[in-house]
Design a protein around this ligand. Structure first.
Ligand SMILES: Cc1cc2nc3c(=O)[nH]c(=O)nc-3n(C[C@H](O)[C@H](O)[C@H](O)COP(=O)(O)OP(=O)(O)OC[C@H]3O[C@@H](n4cnc5c(N)ncnc54)[C@H](O)[C@@H]3O)c2cc1C
Length: 456
């Protein structure tokens, strides 16, 4: 089994040939820090809208090195942190508009991929969330009722028989399905987007780490880029930038992938529509059936490292691999003999209120987007289009969405930060184990659920 090496996705397609680093100090119209989906989508829409702009992207390793090249491949319509908090802050219509925009965003990514000739194994089979014990089934039914009270959520509640006819998860008691989700191959999408953006004339500089972002400038050891606008698109790595240590907590998420499974295993499992698969556990899992008929399955693993330390090329603890393999075998007993060929991890950014933001301070020229928790594959595209409107000074439907210029207070200093996150996930794991043994949901886990929302 390969452990780390950034991700299975990159290992499968091969890491890109390195682009040159920043040649020295220069001046640009827009400087973007970080070449993940956020930075690349922002560059794509900006350059399309205003081809005369000089746009420079500074990337510490290579385009797609972060979460964008490592994720579970769910291109889904989640409003990070939930609609309810925007309903409280901006009213129901604004929260519903956000949901409608997220649904459109899923289709927008699929549209642009087709337009630009990016083959990223995209199949829009919807999102399938399974329950397999009584407390999970109760939460599932409550969730379906809550979702159905909103427009544009389009969820169906499936009986145990209907659920198992679609994806045969052992002991499934029911499932929820909605159509606004596609399975993607993360590295193919991010690599294709980087090539598209470079072909449009955006300059991407690899192996160029930004040490500090200040008004109208991004500072690196190779020189400083002076620009009218500097976009911070560093997500789970943001804590490494000067002055931003407590902004977004870097949370780990980990995946394993099987070897391609034989036809007889798929005959038993089904999963013909390639819907993404998640569950109703507190420490939930997420999975996809890959283009080449493997199962990639992920979960939280070791959620957080003391002092906001981030990863070393996706290396994953053995205990996490064992835990994820256990979930795989419990869900699909027919995979018991399948080899696990790769394990990897990545970091995502978690704001103190678990709500993503996009914004621009016109005075300093500093823009940002992120804090997507585990649901950024689609949201980054909405962020890129919104950043474009903000930078070009356009007042649009997107700039009126309730997450724009949303501010949140920083995380607590250590050791409180470590204690809080570790306790949250300990509560989740204990509650899931108790529920599997037929016991009731612990009030602590319910509380933790409320604090953290859902996401990878
Ligand atoms: C394991 C895992 C599974 C996930 N699964 C899903 C999923 O299935 N669906 C979903 O919607 N979301 C998922 N997510 C979240 C999603 O992948 C992210 O929200 C999204 O990719 C964020 O994109 P980004 O461009 O903002 O950040 P990133 O992709 O992390 O990009 C940030 C970039 O900035 C660079 N950088 C950082 N600091 C500096 C610096 N100082 N100087 C220069 N460059 C810098 C990094 O190298 C990186 O390339 C998952 C995340 C992880 C980690």
């Amino acid at each position: 089994m390969i452990n780390g090496d950034v991700s299975f996705w990159w290992n499968q397609v091969g890491r890109p040939a390195p682009r040159p680093p920043l040649p020295g100090s220069l001046r640009a119209d827009v400087c973007i820090v970080g070449a993940g989906f956020t930075g690349l989508w922002a560059a794509y829409y900006l350059k399309k809208a205003a081809p005369h702009l000089r746009i420079v992207i500074l990337e510490q390793r290579f385009a797609g090195y972060g979460a964008s090249g490592r994720n579970g491949g769910w291109l889904t319509n989640s409003v990070t942190g939930g609609r309810e908090q925007y309903e409280r802050s901006h009213g129901r219509a604004a929260a519903a508009a956000f949901q409608a925009s997220m649904n459109d965003t899923v289709d927008e990514v699929i549209r642009v991929a087709a337009l630009e000739g990016i083959d990223a194994d995209i199949v829009k089979g919807g999102e399938f969330t399974v329950a397999y014990d009584r407390p999970q089934q109760a939460r599932l039914e409550a969730l379906v009722r809550a979702e159905n009270s909103w427009p544009d959520t389009d969820v169906d509640l499936l009986s145990a028989a209907d659920a198992r006819a679609r994806i045969n998860v052992a002991h499934a008691t029911g499932a929820m399905w909605h159509p606004h989700c596609a399975r993607i191959h993360p590295a193919k999408l991010v690599a294709g987007l980087a090539s598209t953006v470079a072909a449009l004339g955006v300059e991407i500089y690899d192996n160029t780490r930004v040490t500090e972002i200040s008004p109208h400038a991004a500072v690196t050891a190779r020189g400083t880029v002076a620009a009218d606008f500097v976009v911070r698109a560093t997500e789970g790595f943001t804590a490494g930038l000067g002055g931003l240590h407590r902004a977004w907590l870097p949370m780990n998420s980990s995946l394993i992938v099987t070897a391609p499974l034989p036809a007889e295993v798929w005959d038993d499992i089904g999963w013909h529509d390639r819907a993404t698969l998640g569950d109703m556990a507190h420490a939930y899992m997420y999975a996809q059936r890959t283009h080449d008929d493997r199962i990639a399955i992920g979960g939280r693993g070791v959620p957080y490292r003391f002092g906001s330390r981030t990863d070393t090329d996706g290396a994953t603890p053995a205990s996490t691999v064992t835990a994820l393999t256990g979930i795989l075998h419990r869900f699909f007993p027919g995979t018991m003999d399948a080899a696990i060929t790769h394990a990897w991890s990545g970091v995502l950014g978690v704001p103190r209120d678990w709500a993503a933001t996009v914004g621009l301070d016109r005075q300093t020229g500093l823009a940002w987007a992120g804090g997507y928790v585990g649901t950024g594959v689609a949201t980054t595209n909405l962020a890129g289009r919104t950043l474009t409107d903000l930078i070009l000074g356009r007042d649009t439907e997107l700039t009126g969405l309730p997450w724009v210029n949303h501010r949140v207070r920083p995380w607590e200093p250590e050791p409180l930060r470590w204690l809080a996150v570790t306790a949250l996930y300990r509560a989740y794991t204990l509650a899931d184990r108790a529920e599997l043994r037929g016991r009731r949901t612990s009030p602590l886990a319910t509380l933790a659920d409320r604090v953290s929302g859902r996401g990878h």
